[in-house]
Design a protein around this ligand. Structure first.
Ligand code: ATP
Ligand code: MG
Length: 552
């Protein structure tokens, strides 16, 4: 499990585990991560993955990957494959084979029969609407279904009929017989099985009845010998049902469920339904669009597994609902890349610069460090020549002293190179600067001017003939409001400027960049080569500094 076993701070779940190991209740820890394969994994899932797999690493236990695949209509093999890839990429590995809730359909069916035989489950023929009506509300108790008191024999026969396709969808379901007056609505005779004529990606057309989450999850946990079943807070009430099912069937193990708060991230959504809508309605390029909070999107954006694990460590695990600032996530990748990403030069909004006293046709290969503070990362050769491009915003015809870049008649240093002076400009008919003509001081390579004059500013550049033309994609927040999920129409809060495309130049060495390898484009930010493009395309991972105004 590679290097995913970082030191993690304690939390209430670790305290429970420590106590369970100390008291001898458990001798080892066995957790599971149970995604529903109806979408790609997102940053919220990463929290659950780091928690579940992280506990297994730290306690030398095991963590299963189990697809919670009880709703065949919404599930897809593409999602299954992406989930496996993303868990691995995050640095984790599951114990043994991948599991599926559907592996247990036969056993689940037999436990349902056991509940019927014990008089604890019945086939209900109320319509779904009637079931909802009969359920009552938080203020009012529910009332019993007229089908609640069927005999065991009748229920067995009708459940068999359900299984054999004798009912249409919605005509019948199997319900637990618990308490229609319970203060916990989940305990008001919850549905255990429903009829669904759907092809299942694992079991094909074998079943036309499918078990519900609450019935499936606890039994799957017990079958797999899970010790600590960790889920998010909205399942707190469901714990009653989790325990009720396991208490009433003949199974030896009884895992315990513990709830923690889900991750909410500002300016984004983590509901799979909403993410799915962004994809299917083409508001983004796909599940791996670099603006998406999906693991696949973040990978393509240039996030590293280390940075995501670090983020999950920093946010911790509690029972308190809160929203985490985007600045916190970005700080994690910025810290990582600042430390580890090689430096390079790129010009995103190029303007031509000609050094008139530099010989035509001459090329000098200048030595540039890959990292300012890490000589062990080595140097690279950067070609310098008479014709360069610089960033349009790094030149002004006039400016006050605060502007530490190139100004007409003044000097600036070219990063890793000479001091130059802007002599004159050429403009097109519309008044746009097309070329900046400069002179250079040949005696300033790697040293200050000999006469002691001070040159304060430093700007980046690329040799025009050697630079590679590249498309650079700049990203901003995908949504304009801190809580798009809470908006009446979350699509209306999409930021139309979340992607800005620039046609720029990158230094020659970047033509060999591999997808996913991060670079600091000096003075601009962190970027990585796009994994989906044939041509040279770079995605902005994060800027050099926090732009969210959030607490870092
Ligand atoms: P949705 O919100 O779209 O219904 P889900 O929570 O049902 O998503 P699953 O695929 O069932 O998604 O989630 C797998 C596991 O990941 C569950 O244990 C769930 O609790 C956890 N998880 C999902 N979203 C978050 C989140 N935002 N923060 C922490 N854990 C999460
Ligand atoms: Mg779920």
């Amino acid at each position: 499990m590679s290097n995913a076993g970082e030191n993690r701070p304690s939390n209430f779940i670790r305290q429970i585990i420590d106590a369970d190991l100390q008291s001898g209740k458990h001798h080892s820890v066995h957790t599971r991560f149970p995604p529903e394969p109806n979408g790609y994994l997102h940053i919220g899932h990463a929290k659950s993955i780091c928690l579940n797999f992280g506990l297994a690493v730290d306690y030398q236990g095991q963590c299963n990957l189990r697809f919670d695949d009880t709703n065949p209509a919404k599930e897809d093999q593409e999602f299954v494959d992406s989930i496996e890839r993303d868990v691995h990429w995050l640095g984790f590995d599951w114990a043994g084979e991948v599991r599926h809730s559907s592996d247990y359909f036969e056993q689940l069916h037999d436990y349902a029969v056991e509940l019927i035989e014990k008089g604890l489950a019945y086939v209900d023929e109320l319509t779904p609407e009637q079931i909802r009506e009969y359920r009552g509300s938080l203020k009012e108790p529910g009332k019993n279904s007229p089908y609640r008191d069927r005999s065991v024999e009748e229920n067995l026969a009708l459940f068999k009929k359900m299984r054999e396709g004798g009912y249409q969808e919605g005509q019948a379901c199997l319900r637990a017989k618990i308490d229609m007056a319970s203060s916990f609505i989940v305990m008001r005779d919850p549905v255990l099985y429903r009829v669904k004529f759907a092809h299942h990606h694992q079991t094909g057309d074998k079943w036309c009845i499918y078990p519900m989450y609450d019935f499936t999850h606890c039994i799957s946990d017990a079958i797999e010998g899970i010790t600590h079943s960790l889920c998010t807070l909205e399942f707190q009430d469901n714990r009653r049902l989790y325990d009720w099912v396991l208490d009433n069937i003949s199974i030896d193990t009884h895992p315990r469920q513990y709830e923690f708060s889900r991750l909410n991230l500002a300016y984004t959504v983590t509901s799979k339904r909403k993410l799915n809508q962004l994809v299917t309605e083409h508001h983004v390029e796909g599940w791996n669009d670099p603006r998406m909070p999906t693991i696949a999107g973040m990978r393509r954006r240039g996030y590293t597994p280390e940075s995501i694990r670090e983020f999950c460590k920093r946010i911790g695990v509690t029972k308190m609902d809160n929203t985490v600032e985007m600045a916190m996530l970005e700080a994690c990748i910025r810290d990582d890349l600042n430390e580890n990403a090689p430096r390079a030069m790129a010009v995103l909004d190029p303007v031509r610069l000609v050094i008139e006293n530099y010989p035509e046709g001459e090329v000098e290969w200048l030595e540039a460090p890959n990292h300012p503070n890490k000589p062990e990362m080595g140097n690279r050769q950067v070609p310098f020549s008479r014709e360069l491009v610089i960033e349009a915003e790094d030149f002004r015809e006039e400016a006050n002293k605060k502007y530490k870049r190139l100004v007409l008649g003044k000097e600036v240093r070219l990063r890793n190179s000479y001091v130059i002076k802007a002599e004159r400009v050429e403009k097109d008919d519309a008044g746009n600067i097309t070329t900046i003509f400069c002179s250079y001081d040949a005696d300033t390579l790697g040293k200050d001017p000999a006469d002691g004059r001070k040159v304060k500013g430093v700007i980046h550049w690329v040799s025009k003939a050697h630079g590679q033309q590249a498309e650079v994609r700049l990203y901003d927040r995908l949504f304009n409001v801190p809580n798009p999920g809470g908006a009446e129409d979350f699509l209306a809060t999409l930021n139309p400027a979340s992607l800005v495309v620039r046609q720029g130049y990158v230094e020659a060495s970047l033509a060999q960049a591999e997808a996913g390898n991060g670079f600091q484009f000096e003075r601009l930010g962190y970027f990585c080569r796009d994994s989906e493009s044939e041509t040279l395309v770079f995605n902005q991972t994060v800027g050099l500094r926090d732009t969210w105004g959030g607490g870092e």
